[in-house]
Design a protein around this ligand. Structure first.
Ligand SMILES: [Zn+2]
Length: 141
């Protein structure tokens, strides 16, 4: 199984806007808690995602909604032209700032993952780079 943006649960082809996937995440967790989904149906993160979560995951105080044994971590992948098909894991703000200065339209996928039970879910997709209107914070650059 190849690894890419489609490997993230909740991923869809949505570009150019900030997309929030927390509603879908909550609905899925509710389905699991009602017994309509088995654990192996929601805890199937790609090994590549678990490796990135282990090495580059940003800690959170959010307990895993499935195993409830440890906190989930956040992994940010950036996809787009002149980046690997399997994306680039970005763990530093300075690296993200560098990508954001590119003229290519890129997309950052913020994924929540549990290295214990392999639960994962896409939280949001953010546009990065590109010739879009700059926010006030970066207008002075
Ligand atoms: Zn877990």
């Amino acid at each position: 199984m190849s690894f890419g943006a489609a490997s993230f649960r909740g991923a869809a082809n949505q570009r150019g806007a900030v997309v929030d996937h927390r509603f879908a995440r909550r609905a899925l967790i509710n389905e699991f808690r009602r017994g309509r989904l088995r654990r192996d149906q929601v805890c199937d993160a790609h090994p590549e995602l678990i490796r990135a979560a282990t090495n580059f995951g940003q800690p959170t105080s959010v307990r895993c909604p499935i195993c409830e044994e440890q906190e989930v971590v956040l992994v940010t992948y950036v996809f787009g032209p002149r980046l690997p098909a399997f994306g680039r894991v970005v763990s530093k703000a300075s690296d993200m700032a560098t990508l954001d200065r590119r003229s290519d339209d890129l997309a950052a996928y913020v994924v929540e993952a549990c290295t214990g039970c392999r639960w994962h879910h896409l939280l949001k997709v953010l546009p990065v780079g590109g010739r879009r209107p700059r926010s006030a914070a970066s207008a002075s650059q």
